[in-house]
Design a protein around this ligand. Sequence first.
Ligand code: 9Z3
Length: 337
Amino acid sequence: MADQTTYTTDSYFETQERPASLDAEVSKVRDWVTTMKSRGKRIVLVTSGGTSVPLEKNMVRFLDNFSAGTRGATSAEYFLAHSYAVIFLHRQHSLLPFTRHYSHSTHPFLDLLQIDPVTSAISVDPSSTSDLLPILKRHLEVKEEGTLLSVPFVTVNEYLWLLKGVSEVMGGPNGIGRKGMFYLAAAVSDFFLPGTRMSEHKIQSGNGVATDSSVENGRLTLSMDQVPKILRPLVEEWTKEGYIVSFKLETDPSLLLPKSRAALSRYGHQLVIGNDLHRRKLEVVFVEPLAGGVAGEEGGKFKESWVRLGEGKKEIEEEIVEELVKRHTTWIDGGKV
Ligand code: 9Z3
């Protein structure tokens, strides 16, 4: 097993460490799904942000990717606006629905506030109120309704275990069936370093002298294995009835359509949203099976439609989610989308 480079999902989960908090997280999700189901809600699992790949068990260093979680956090807000209950499986410290509007350096929260010189009372600067009010309102409403469940991950291993656990709850006998949607916007690493080859402690370079097997003549060599294609068991085993939307990210625009079609053919799910790294906030392409056909079949046919940031709209996610809700309604009604 130590030299294995190709994992099936089964062999991955048999060999890679199960996170200590997994059972508690999944049990929380199970209770919440039961409550949302009893209220007649549709549920969407939104995955968001990048997965990290630790290089050491006592992690100091890791590989990461660019994703800030904008797509996921923004889309989650629009799903909530369409009355969905949202499980937000996200990279810890990436953007969150609602608070994303005032994060980090783009819109620092402290810049909204002012201090009364006499009483020292803190209030919101009136020039910011009109922007803040609708966001705060929705944030408080959603909190009150309990329709947003946040589940954080850090590493790709945690992400994979949680995706499996949550999908099995949503797709299981007491799950949400066709009323469930999967919106897989997280940027998931294709490669990982298996536990058996991971250094226990911080990789040492010494004083230019190698003290770790992966460091030779001062050069660190990493040999990583492929993360198994998780969409297959998701579609075929964990959640057979859910409406499944995956994202395909490319940097070469000429690969976007062929790669999106290939993903749909390979896994036979409902929709691939293709996006180019640099144009992802302006346009995406929906690739789905042509009505009456199954894209997974040999010679399957596809329907492609571009969704573009519309006139007067601020965020493309508004349009993406609007389109998805229509398709999901048809899916729930049992018809072909
Ligand atoms: C996406 O393509 C997302 O739209 C982005 C969003 C990661 C581009 P941001 O967080 O970016 O708003 O800055 N997500 C999926 C990327 C991915 O890893 N897809 C896999 C692939 O392309 C298939 S599941 O192979």
